[in-house]
Write a new protein. Structure first.
Lengths: 315, 315
DNA sequence: ATATATATACTCATTTGGAGCATATCTCCT
DNA sequence: AGGAGATATGCTCCAAATGAGTATATATAT
């Protein structure tokens, strides 16, 4: 079979949308760029004038947020009919993960940086397991699991819940952000599962919904970033030119949503030769002044795609 | 900024194409499904009638190859204008990696399974480094690198070549399939770089071109699969229901393009409890009969997305 | 019988990864 | 002035994972 002719291709035309999960890490908190008062991610249609998907994305984000993009990586392409929102005009959503340092310049469209745990309160385990997990979320998921009429579906739901939320024997895996969100969606605990129906008046424990499936895309981005910081030195895209090892550690912890062992973190960073001293020290800090480091940009060339791992302990 | 209205979205309509890298492993060789006498990957337009991207892909592949798809995972979405082929009517290509067991049923469209090393001869290191690498490919890349007028570009080209092909100090990394292909493309050593111009009459060392950018997509799929077999038990999607440990090892080696240490391979497979004995033994083989195993499907549920690693040694 | 090919088991050294302890040097508060 | 609290930095210890080698068992082919 030959590729279809041009005329035939056009007949199947469909709109394509570009969506960005733009992440920063500021003062030890993970941040995500939103528009529309925190209700949506920056996005816009892919147009014939765009040179490439990436440049189209840059255009839209910089126009909507006046914030430049640094590192960019493709996340996923969605086209689910049932999740699109109200009616079914077909749109393909091509999502990207973008990393940057938080700047000022919030502009039109009510572009604002938000703490991403506003949208996923159950994902932040830096101060231990959030109380809402054992007290509210897990019980409600269990109720949902037991509500299945079929024994098979019931045990499958319980199995998935246990793996995703680290129950009976399983340990918490911070990378399963998307699986957890999908479970909450299936269990209709999250507001966007009721789209079109009753508006849930209690945002509290489950966080606020976002437009269309933007919260799912955000979950995808967080999951990808949490996985990636372990084997690629992407954190440095989020750091200022010069930083202390503790600041670096705090950024990693912010993204991972869990604490790491300080001595081991330092050991790994130094033995991997990811950073070099600037010679300067911090001042105006509370404790003992710390050495300032900068990222060794040449390692990007040297090891390039190869393995460069930062620790995020598993227990 | 609100999401654009429906009418506005339609104005930016663009065609979307689904492309599959369908992989099997047969008799210790990696196989890829092609159509048009090995000239293209199975593909077809995404249509309004398709329930989802995945189901659209299944429809096209099964229609073109009469071969059912098993495991499916999204690879990447392309829209580069310059790589599209001849003229510039805009198409978005959404590519997938699919795994299956090689079946009979080759049908219309000249659908055939091919050894993927036909297209990437330099990627098979199971019998040691292919002679063409040091003798032809690397020298030609060095010539290309030196031909840059700018010193910076020159050293950047040499650096990239060294990392990708494991030269001076760097070791061969089997995952860098795409980087290697891209270098060969940039250096115009690969036929498709001459598209529209002179047809290179010597396919030999650099393998044959494919339609449009299908060879690049194949490289993307191989790279993804080589990375994935190390931390997810996907090889089993390619195995028959029952197999010996050596057959399993040969499949891993076929995909990775390098040999693994047999005792260590067995140790890992067994201690991870990925397989269980069937009780039966092989017959009709040359050496000592081997136990037959089957994959323990419950580990997919248990550990799900968690880490399950198969070894492909690094040295 | 012997060569050859495969299966299977075991050992050893090194590296990696998680966790704890000890000490040093600041600021801030009383 | 002195102590509390916070941060920085260095070192040790142990257990698990990993890479590599060796030895033995059981089949087929000639």
């Amino acid at each position: 079979m030959k590729p279809p002719a041009k005329a035939e291709l056009r007949r199947h035309s469909i709109a394509a949308e570009l969506i960005a999960v733009l992440v920063a890490a500021t003062n030890g908190q993970p941040r995500v760029m939103t528009i529309d008062s925190g209700n949506a991610l920056p996005s816009g249609p892919f147009e014939l004038g765009h040179r490439s998907l990436q440049s189209g994305l840059r255009d839209w984000v910089e126009q909507q947020t006046r914030h430049p993009l640094g590192y960019i990586e493709q996340l996923y392409t969605f086209a689910d009919r049932d999740r699109a929102g109200d009616d079914a005009h077909r749109v393909i959503s091509i999502s990207y993960l973008a990393l940057a340092r938080e700047g000022q310049a919030e502009s039109a469209d009510k572009a604002t940086w938000r703490n991403w745990y506003d949208y996923f309160p159950w994902e932040d385990h830096r101060d231990g397991t959030p109380p809402a997990l054992p007290e509210i979320i897990v019980p409600q998921l269990n109720t949902w699991a037991k509500a299945a009429d079929n024994t098979l579906i019931r045990s499958e739901r319980q199995q998935r819940t246990a793996v995703a939320f680290g129950l009976d024997g399983h340990s918490w895996n911070e990378e399963l952000v998307l699986q957890r969100y999908e479970l909450l969606y299936e269990a209709a605990l999250v507001e966007e599962a009721h789209r079109g129906r009753v508006k849930n008046p209690t945002p509290s424990v489950f966080g606020p919904a976002m437009a269309a499936d933007h919260r799912r895309i955000l979950a995808t981005g967080i999951a990808r970033l949490r996985a990636k910081i372990k084997y690629r030195p992407v954190v440095f895209e989020l750091m200022p030119p010069t930083f202390t090892l503790l600041q670096l550690q705090r950024s990693v912890e912010a993204l991972a949503g869990r604490l790491v062992h300080k001595p081991n973190f330092r050991r790994l960073v130094e033995q991997q030769e990811l950073v070099e001293e600037t010679g300067a020290m911090t001042a105006d800090m509370r404790g003992r002044p710390a050495k300032l480091f900068r990222f060794r940009h040449d390692v990007l060339a040297e090891r390039a795609v190869a393995g460069t791992k930062l620790p995020v302990s598993r227990a």
